[in-house]
Design a protein around this ligand. Structure first.
Ligand code: DAT
Ligand code: MG
Length: 149
């Protein structure tokens, strides 16, 4: 079972797309493990996006993610990393597959609505960066055996 950190970024919150994005992840069959609505601090933003430090878009990226609240979540399931990246779509909305969140609701790479971990290892690291252990809920869903083989 994989776990992925999902953020609905400030544009998604401001545009009232929380329900839309969460609904897609629920319908996909993923299981919610943790969620919090929060303002991102400068420190957290810089650690989360450390890999992009020095790139031309870095300052704008930090300003964007700290500009308004985000919805931070952990979702789990078999192949959760690939499944959620697919549901969100490619980084550039104009390259995102039709039917994906970024295709259906976004136009610009700097306003692409969501974040999702890009590997199992980064999923583990990002979940522990954003959530304390006691904020995560281990539970079984009544429908699990109809979704997880
Ligand atoms: P993703 O969010 O799909 O994992 P990423 O990790 O490569 O993409 O980049 C993180 C975020 O940085 C991305 O969601 C939007 C922004 N970004 C990436 N490349 C960019 C670019 N060339 N110009 C502007 N913003 C960019
Ligand atoms: Mg990324």
């Amino acid at each position: 079972m994989e776990r992925t950190l999902v953020l609905i970024k400030p544009d998604g919150v401001q545009r009232g797309l929380l329900g839309e994005v969460i609904s897609r992840l629920e319908r996909r069959g993923l299981r919610l493990v943790g969620a919090k609505f929060m303002q991102v601090s400068q420190d957290l933003a810089e650690i989360h996006y450390a890999i992009h430090k020095g790139k031309p878009f870095y300052n704008g990226l930090i300003a964007y993610i700290t500009s308004a609240p985000v919805m931070a979540m952990v979702w789990e399931g078999p192949n959760a990393i690939a499944a959620v990246r697919q549901t969100m779509g490619a980084t550039r909305p104009t390259e995102a597959a039709p039917g994906s969140v970024r295709h259906d609701f976004a136009l610009e790479v700097g306003r692409n609505l969501t974040h999702a971990s890009d590997s199992v290892e980064n999923g583990i690291a990002e979940v522990s960066l954003w959530f304390a252990d006691q904020e995560l809920v281990n539970w079984e869903r009544a429908t699990d055996s109809w979704i997880f083989e």
